[in-house]
Design a protein around this ligand. Structure first.
Ligand SMILES: Nc1ncnc2c1ncn2[C@@H]1O[C@H](COP(=O)(O)OP(=O)(O)OP(=O)(O)O)[C@@H](O)[C@H]1O
Length: 247
């Protein structure tokens, strides 16, 4: 199988460390409590649990948009964070290609080099056919994959992705999972909120918020990939053998 070309160049040594992390909103019960985990480059971490358990909330905390109600979160070496929403916004009249080229132009590439790189990233997400279509004509799944391709071109240290396969057929979903695994292996910390058992299977590690809601239990478990472990307090990438992600 050909390795997807997505090859971000994140800064060295990115890490996220959570201790005793918990959150509830004003007037709500605890969504999760006592979460301990470390995130290191090379991992694809699945955030799982039933609807409303706090997956997107945890992504907001990881992004630094929301302060946790309890516990601490330390991020070191994380200079760029990418977040791909389930229903992303784009510029309706601009082409798909324009959306992916933009961060590359911002990084200083000329238009030709930026288009070459953008085409590679779009191919990784099976978007060749919509390259020159305006954003308003894209399906929900295409629009989300487009934002994934764009995020990859921004070379984030930390990539947060909300339900990347919810709108996709099995084959396209497998491509997305494989590409996210390749992005992680290239040095990005990838965190995916998901209900999809195949995506969960492709993760190197899983944070199960259904467990965390019970109150302080360490919620980590292995993803499916290579039977990766990571269970146990403070488990980090050192506990995760191999890549496991979406081979
Ligand atoms: N700003 C807010 N104020 C109050 N409650 C909120 C706020 N944001 C989210 N919630 C509630 O917190 C809970 C967790 O929401 P969140 O979006 O994190 O869940 P989720 O696990 O991502 O759900 P889904 O799988 O359905 O996307 C929900 O009950 C939601 O209604």
């Amino acid at each position: 199988m050909t390795e997807p070309s997505a090859a971000p160049d994140p800064g060295p040594g990115a890490a996220v460390r959570a201790r005793g992390l918990g959150h509830r909103f004003t007037g709500t019960a605890d969504l999760f409590t006592g979460l301990d985990f470390d995130l290191l480059p090379g991992e694809v971490v699945g955030v799982c649990g039933p609807s409303g358990c706090g997956k997107s909330t945890l992504l907001s905390i990881l992004a630094g948009w929301l302060a946790p109600h309890s516990g601490t979160l330390e991020a070191t070496g994380v200079e760029r964070t990418g977040w791909v929403f389930q229903n992303p916004f784009g510029v309706p009249g601009r082409t798909a290609l324009d959306h992916v080229v933009l961060p590359l132009l911002a990084k200083g590439l000329d238009r030709s080099a930026a288009e070459t790189r953008a085409d590679e990233a779009m191919a990784d997400f099976r978007l060749e056919a919509v390259r020159d279509r305006p954003f308003r004509e894209l399906s929900g799944g295409e629009a989300q994959r487009l934002m994934l391709a764009r995020a990859v071109c921004s070379a984030p240290d930390l990539l947060l992705v909300d339900e990347p396969t919810a709108q996709l057929d099995l084959r396209t979903a497998a491509t997305v999972n494989r590409t996210l695994g390749a992005i992680a292996r290239a040095g990005t910390i990838v965190v995916i909120a998901t209900h999809d058992p195949h995506t969960r299977e492709a993760c190197t590690r899983v944070l199960d918020l259904a467990t965390a809601a019970a109150g302080g239990a360490n919620a980590e478990g292995g993803g499916g990939g290579d039977g990766a472990g990571g269970a146990g307090p403070h488990a980090g990438a050192a506990d995760v053998p191999g890549s496991g992600a979406a081979g």
